[in-house]
Write a protein that binds this ligand. Sequence first.
Ligand SMILES: [Zn+2]
Length: 295
Amino acid sequence: MGRQRVPRTACAAGGLLRASRAARPGLEGASQMLARLARRIAALLPASAEDLLHRVAGRLRSLRYAGSRYRCPCCGGGFARMLSWDPSDPDDDNRMCPRCHSQSRHRLLLTYLERETGLFSQEVRLLHFAPERFLARIFRSRPGILYVPVDLEMSRVSARVDVTSLGFREACFDAIVCNHVLEHVPDDEAAIRELCRVLAPGGWAVVMAPVDHDRAETLEDPSVRDPMERRRLFGQSDHVRVYGRDYIDRLNRAEWAASELHYADELDPGLRESLALMEREYIYLARKPPAPPVA
Ligand SMILES: [Zn+2]
């Protein structure tokens, strides 16, 4: 049987570390050593100092790639080329920012949020599950955003919570960003219901996950526990399924309306190219209906 091609991607929780390891063969040198040292020191420091060190490490790491062909909205950097997330995989077409390690989906999402939502211009209560560092930095810096980063395992979050049981009261967030989480969660239906529960009427949630668009139905098998077998079947050793085109149907089991946005197709081709977007990079957005008017 031939090698199965399934989406492979650095997920939000721990993605930075995995990405660094994967990129190591092409990045050895003094700047990498300094960057690794900075990360070790950063773990011992307050959050603000840690963030500063990460930014310094990113700048050092990306010096050799400086240029103007590509632009990363997540860190503001300009680069002559982007990096492969997995240099050992000849089919890997994901393009990672040399400075902040954002991937195609992050740059597309941030462009969408900036242009198409009121996130950066209104008062918004935002829940961010498994917060990506570079997005968290942006969200946290905006005075209009009441920002609540959470995760089950990560440090530097407001609360450690399970996505299937968040512990927040009903309808207390106007917006949710929860990306590349559900493929790790055995009971993803419970997670989807829980995200919908804490979302206020009229609110929106971005719930992205790796989707194999060549597959009609999601492949999952809870009996598969072996990491190598999970990697072979689901694309990554800690994934419990690989979603097919029915991902949107699964999202729509909750009381919201989810849709697959082909937003990259709406962008100017020059901008699309400069953001280094992957083919078939889609945004999954769910909107909760507004509350009915009071009689
Ligand atoms: Zn970047």
